[in-house]
Design a protein around this ligand. Structure first.
Ligand SMILES: [Mg+2]
Length: 340
């Protein structure tokens, strides 16, 4: 099996999102600066239309853009604000005529680091079979009793054999209270995320921190600072009093939180603004977000995938296509010019 084929079959076990490389299916040149073709040209035209309707005096989108109302930016995660799957599969490298082997290596290094963080801090072996749309879905039933952290998994969960009860010296929780057992762990994850969302380095030990910083720099450099552009957009939005950054990802909740920390995006997304569509799909998440922020708010969905685009269209929410870095740059220009 050659390197490309090997990369294409590699898939982290915690991911539920199929690798969506459709955003990377065309051009074979360096990251475009406006001379887009094909799919990217379609994205550019589509986004220009969104912008035109958004602008003061524009036709409005869906129910219209209400000036002065809160605006909620609903972001996809993978291949929208971070580059992960397309590194592992090599599609990012092929699209931009870069070194596929190097790309795959970078992707796998990040995958290994993610796994390490999940196992070390996020109770991966205990929680890998669980997923929730939102952290409040489990914490509503939680007990703040940290002593539950010392109990092994209840039999009822039948979770993975790598950490089976028979190999554990820990007792099961009293009363077979599985929800409390799970909730105590998710509560701990929440505490860790909140404590480190502005300072991931503090979460990692000195050795891991050094490797992480180097890996981050290598991915930034390889992607021609895609992540930096995304961060700039998020920071402009985050600095506005009447705007919200929200994540809706097909990844399960725990790995999504780990990715946000390791790609240094935690500062832009309070944990209550992180939603996983792994179980329910994105449309259900968008509906939940609409209920939370209300009908008066404006919404914009941003992403590279077909699922979020279809769901947004069904709900009458405008969708900003991210087919290449230029689409993020266009967004930044619109934000900077205050026309969005
Ligand atoms: Mg995506």
């Amino acid at each position: 099996m050659n390197n490309q084929a090997a990369a294409a079959t590699t898939r982290p076990s915690w991911e539920t999102e199929a690798y969506d490389d459709t955003c990377c299916a065309h051009a074979d040149r360096s990251i475009p600066e406006g001379d887009t073709t094909g799919e990217e040209q379609i994205a550019e035209r589509h986004n220009a239309l969104v912008l035109q309707r958004w602008a003061p005096g524009g036709a409005g989108v869906g129910t219209g853009v209400a000036r002065g109302q809160r605006t909620v930016f609903i972001w996809d995660l993978d291949e929208t604000i971070i580059i992960f799957h397309s590194l592992i599969t090599g599609s990012f490298a092929r699209k931009y005529d870069k070194d596929v082997v190097k790309a795959t290596e970078l992707g796998k290094q990040m995958e290994e680091l993610l796994f390490r963080v999940l196992v070390t801090y996020f109770f991966y072996y205990d929680l890998s079979s669980t997923t929730y749309q939102h952290i409040s879905d489990i914490l509503n039933a939680e007990s703040k009793d940290d002593s539950l952290l010392s109990y092994s998994a209840p039999f009822a969960w039948g979770y993975n054999t790598m950490h089976s009860r028979s190999s554990s010296s820990l007792a099961s929780p009293p009363g077979g209270d599985d929800e409390r057992w799970l909730a105590a762990r998710y509560r701990k994850v929440e505490t860790l995320y909140v404590a480190h969302q502005h300072d991931t380095a503090a979460l990692l030990g000195p050795n891991l921190r050094k490797n992480w910083r180097q890996l981050q720099e290598n991915i930034e450099s390889f992607s021609e600072r895609w992540l930096d552009v995304a961060r700039t957009c998020l920071s402009v939005i985050g600095a506005r009093l009447n705007c919200e950054n929200v994540i809706v990802t097909s990844t399960r909740l725990l790995p999504a939180l780990a990715k946000l920390l390791l790609y240094d995006f935690g500062a832009f997304f309070p944990i209550e603004n992180v939603y996983s569509a792994a179980e329910t799909g994105k449309k259900a998440c968008f509906e939940r977000i609409s209920l939370r922020f209300g009908r008066a708010a404006n919404y914009l969905v941003l992403g590279n995938g077909k699922e979020e685009e279809a769901a947004a269209t069904q709900l009458g929410i405008p969708h900003w296509k991210i087919a290449c870095r230029y689409n993020l740059e266009m967004l930044y220009r619109a934000l900077d010019a205050n026309v969005m």
